[in-house]
Design a protein. Structure first.
Length: 103
């Protein structure tokens, strides 16, 4: 499990920020953060990350950007949320305008 810190923005109760504090793959932290927001285990999510984005490509993108000290921001929809990853250091999750969760 990620050693991330979850903070909720009091001005936007649907907005959650996770700061990445270990060497876990970005893709794993995304899934764990969304599962935490949903109040379930990562394996209980009805949507798979690969339905939204290629997890291996996402991990590689951030690994190579960090190796070159590049600033990078990626956003995508996953399980009814808009997920944004900023510089491989912070993940923000907020409810999406359109809900893409499967029943």
């Amino acid at each position: 499990m990620s050693q991330a810190t979850r903070r909720m923005d009091e001005t936007d109760p649907g907005f959650v920020t996770t700061e990445i504090t270990d060497d876990q793959p970005i893709s794993q932290v995304v899934v764990e953060t969304v599962a935490t927001v949903e109040g379930v285990e990562p394996t209980e999510l009805s949507t798979q990350l690969y339905d939204s984005v290629d997890p291996e490509a996402l991990d590689t993108l951030y690994d190579t950007a960090n190796d070159r000290d590049e600033s990078l921001r990626v956003s995508f929809a996953f399980h009814g949320y808009e997920v944004s990853i900023v510089d491989g250091e912070r993940i923000t999750v907020r409810p999406s305008v359109t809900d893409d969760r499967s029943s």
